[in-house]
Design a protein around this ligand. Structure first.
Ligand SMILES: Cc1cc2nc3c(=O)[nH]c(=O)nc-3n(C[C@H](O)[C@H](O)[C@H](O)COP(=O)(O)OP(=O)(O)OC[C@H]3O[C@@H](n4cnc5c(N)ncnc54)[C@H](O)[C@@H]3O)c2cc1C
Length: 425
């Protein structure tokens, strides 16, 4: 029985390399201290170390412990909540610049995989599937919006066309993207870490920051050491908790869960997702799934704001998968795990400065595999004195979440609302 959200993941057992770093002991000085060894922190570390900065990364557990080592691996286009909310705040021209940055996130990912020889099974192709017939007009509008924004390779699929590709009859059509896809998240993360280390960054694992000074001369204290730096990058995302109190209310951790079935053989796996695309439905509480190279189904979904863990993650997730693929009733589940997604109130990532020397980026709201690399790079650019692109994104305003005892109940109620809305739509 797989009980814990932190249970061994399929990605850990299929990691193609390892990174092993000491923990911080004593006092260290650096140009930049980075908190968190996920994609955001490692991306900033790679950029800054390559540019000649002395970079120290402090990671509470191990590289990829957070969302970056345990996510669905889906490489998405744009921002989680579409363009309209950004346009409402920044106007059409600047919103288009933001979208262009989000497109750059995918290009950056591709370039880094090639440049640093990171093998993480990147596959292009993504199906956004609609659960109801009447949503086809929404898909068309989505396609039109993306085309207007310059996204190429979009195809609308009818129910019949989709059923040629997917072994399920529950959807009524899909939008296929050829420039979105999926990858092995842990191998991508480990590859970034290796590249950052090769460029001169020093990573300390099992070095949880317990106390930070986010002023003009930042420092980060762990149980056994302290880093003093000219600049700081805070990249703890949903796992930061209350370490930096000014960031606590800006994101909310939401649990999401994934199961990996036993290997099913190529033919059976192909009968589920013929062309090996990433797949997601268009519900607010999204199902996201894909095949693995060893022919398993990796099926993710559900969401919990309450902080309470299901008794048995495998049993909890299986019905979600068999609702889509009833033919998988007999298939064994080999792995089940979960992780925390950081969402913002408007589901657009949040970035900014806590002082002229301290930068943060977080809250990709379930769409951070590609975006987080870009935000890390933009923080590095800003530290290097080129802040224009970072400042564009930092100009997006976010309402904080409620603090105190109201925090969890309000979000559980919000989630209930979206569940009902999904069911009725
Ligand atoms: C189950 C799940 C499925 C997801 N699926 C997808 C998907 O399919 N597609 C997609 O685009 N996005 C997905 N996401 C979101 C995506 O994984 C994240 O947006 C992305 O990984 C964020 O990277 P990050 O580096 O900002 O944060 P993280 O990867 O969470 O890294 C933060 C790191 O900071 C460390 N840390 C925190 N506090 C401290 C401290 N005090 N001291 C030292 N270190 C600290 C943590 O240990 C952690 O390693 C998913 C997330 C989850 C949890």
């Amino acid at each position: 029985m797989v009980k814990s959200i932190n249970a061994l993941t399929y990605y850990q057992t299929t990691a193609n390399s390892s990174v092993s770093c000491e923990s911080l002991k004593g006092e260290v000085s650096a140009d930049v201290c980075i908190i968190g060894a996920g994609y955001t922190g490692l991306s900033a570390a790679l950029e800054l170390a390559t540019a000649g900065y002395k970079v120290v990364v402090l990671e509470a557990e191990y590289v990829g412990y957070g969302a970056s080592g345990r996510n669905g691996g889906q490489v998405c286009t744009g921002f989680s909540n579409g363009q309209q909310k950004i346009e409402n705040q920044l106007g059409k021209t600047n919103a288009l610049k933001c979208f262009t940055l989000a497109e750059e996130a995918k290009t950056l990912l591709k370039q880094r995989l090639e440049k640093h020889n990171i093998n993480c099974d990147l596959i292009w192709g993504y199906l956004h599937c609609i659960p109801k017939t009447h949503q086809f007009d929404e898909l068309k509008a989505w396609r039109d919006e993306f085309e207007e924004l310059g996204v190429a390779g979009l195809t609308l699929l009818s129910k019949d066309e989709l059923e040629q590709k997917l072994g399920t009859k529950i959807y009524h059509g899909a939008l296929r993207e050829s420039e979105a896809g999926h990858l092995h998240p842990m191998n991508y993360c480990l590859g970034l870490a290796r590249a950052a280390i090769a460029s001169g960054a020093v990573i300390y694992e099992r070095s949880r920051v317990t106390d930070v000074d986010t002023g003009h001369a930042p420092s980060a204290r762990t149980e056994q050491g302290i880093v003093r730096a000219k600049f700081m990058v805070i990249a703890g995302n949903a796992y930061l908790d209350r370490t930096v109190k000014d960031l606590y209310g800006r994101v909310m951790p939401v649990a999401s869960y994934i199961i990996a079935t036993e290997p099913m053989g190529e033919e059976r796996a192909k009968s589920l997702i013929r062309d090996n695309e990433a797949v997601a439905n268009t519900k607010f509480i999204v199902d996201y799934y894909r095949r693995s190279p060893d022919h398993r189904m990796l099926f993710g979904g559900r969401a919990s704001y309450s902080g309470l863990e299901p008794q048995n993650l495998g049993d909890y997730m299986r019905p979600r998968m068999t609702d889509v693929f009833p033919q998988l009733q007999d298939v064994k589940i080999d792995y089940a795990w979960g992780g925390h997604i950081a969402i913002t109130s408007n589901r657009i990532p949040d970035c900014g400065r806590l002082s002229p020397a301290v930068y943060y980026a977080h809250g990709y709201s379930g769409q951070g595999v590609a975006l987080s690399g870009l935000y890390g790079k933009l923080m590095a650019e800003a530290i290097r004195g080129m802040a224009e692109r970072f400042d564009l994104l930092a100009g997006i305003k976010h309402l904080p979440f409620p603090g105190g005892i109201a925090r969890t109940p309000i979000l559980v109620a919000a989630m209930m609302y979206y569940r009902i809305r999904d069911a009725l739509s």
